[in-house]
Design a protein around this ligand. Structure first.
Ligand SMILES: *Cc1c(COP(=O)(O)O)cnc(C)c1O
Length: 373
């Protein structure tokens, strides 16, 4: 942590080379045995909170040929951060009446519904040429995409896809993080069957976890997000990805409290022994969830084997740590503690908050001192 990091309550270190390494690793998996599959990247929600403008050029440099964002606004912002040539897909498609804006912003829509197909057909007619778009089908998740019924109707209707230059046919898996779940093969079968009824285009089914289901799920393009950012795509098994995020906060003050003394709002924690307490300047206002109260831990980097429990309620701007088990080790004000680091993973921190790495990362917000390495 450099000096400027002291001005903020906490510091977020984002390892861009780890993101590039994760990209290369996922590409290696999907190209095993000479397969021609490529990896795009989901960088919606500001690259899962890590900063799309910093992350996208790194992925571009690593060879990433496609980006996916959720909203037109995200795509328009991203377009300015990267070269003109790389397609940016807007997963939610054009909001009503915005097709023209989407095209002008240099973005490619994912068309999810008959209404969105119509928007794009109308614009193509106006422009007098076919316009590139991805088409999403619903293979069983019942989230976005054309349903089986709609696809059947469209297949019997002339000009359903006139003016649409299909550059990708895609769907999304509901249970890819649970390999034995029957939905995975059911969706695979549905995707094969339904995509054959759509205009021919490269096909994409898998995000991070789907890549680990095996080559049948890879098709032409995978769309990982989470795994690029170090989130474990194989929950319950060792994380095959390189960690990307370190979250540290400096000790503001320490004190020793007697047995029976409570700590923090609601007196939720009561000391059962004379307890040495350190206060850190991050809290739920920094996206460090209040559900972590009395759960989770911090680690002093020089003594990684000693887990230091979070005690009492997490406040908006601070939380308390029980550092008694450090014994006589000095912990002067300014000492950085890891809340997410090499010895306490993102998964553990998310678990302590009762959530998943995805939600914790996207919640971390803009209050930290950020450094990119
Ligand atoms: C978010 C998203 C992805 C990326 O998912 P991860 O699980 O983060 O890899 C891919 N495709 C779609 C449609 C998504 O919404």
């Amino acid at each position: 942590m450099d000096v400027a990091a002291q001005w903020a309550g906490g510091a977020l270190t984002i390892d861009l080379s780890a993101i590039a390494a994760n990209y290369r690793y996922l590409t290696e998996i999907v190209t095993r045995g000479g397969a021609k599959t490529v990896c795009g990247a989901a960088i919606k929600a500001d690259a899962y909170g890590l900063g799309a403008a910093r992350v996208a050029p790194v992925l571009e440099e690593a060879g990433c040929p496609h980006f996916f964002v959720a909203h037109l606004s995200e795509g328009a912002a991203l377009r300015n951060a990267i070269s003109r040539a790389i397609p940016i897909f807007v997963l939610h498609g054009p909001p009503p009446g915005t097709s023209e804006d989407l095209l002008e912003a240099g973005l490619t829509p994912v068309l999810n519904s008959p209404e969105q197909l119509e928007e794009w057909r109308v614009l193509a007619r106006k422009r007098g040429k076919a316009l590139p778009a991805a088409i999403q089908l619903d293979s069983g998740m019942a989230r976005f995409g054309l349903t089986a019924d709609t696809i059947a109707t469209l297949a019997e209707t002339p000009d359903s896809y006139t003016g649409i230059d299909p550059v990708l046919v895609m769907s999304h898996l509901a249970c890819a993080d649970t390999p034995e779940h029957p939905a995975n093969t059911a969706q695979l079968d549905a995707f094969r069957h339904l995509s054959a009824l759509l205009p021919a285009a490269p096909r994409s089914l898998s995000a991070s976890s789907g890549i680990f289901l095996g080559p049948d799920w890879h098709f032409d393009l995978a769309r990982p997000g989470a795994a690029l950012y170090g989130i474990n795509p194989t929950p319950g098994q060792p994380n095959p990805m390189t960690p990307v995020v370190r979250l540290q906060a400096r000790v503001i003050q320490t004190r020793i409290i007697p047995e029976g003394q409570s700590v923090g709002y609601g007196a939720l924690f009561v000391a059962r022994r004379p307890t040495r307490v350190a206060l850190l300047g991050i809290g739920y206002g920094d996206g460090f969830h209040r559900s972590t109260s009395n759960r989770g831990c911090a680690v002093l980097p020089s003594h990684p084997d000693i887990r230091l429990p979070i005690i009492g309620r997490v406040s908006m701007d601070s939380l308390a740590i029980d550092i008694t088990d450090l014994g006589d080790i000095p912990v002067p004000p300014g000492t950085p503690l890891d809340l997410i680091g090499p010895h306490n993973t993102l998964e553990e921190a998310a678990d302590a908050a009762g959530t998943i790495g995805y939600e914790l990362l996207t919640d971390l917000g803009g209050r930290y001192h950020r450094s990119y390495v």
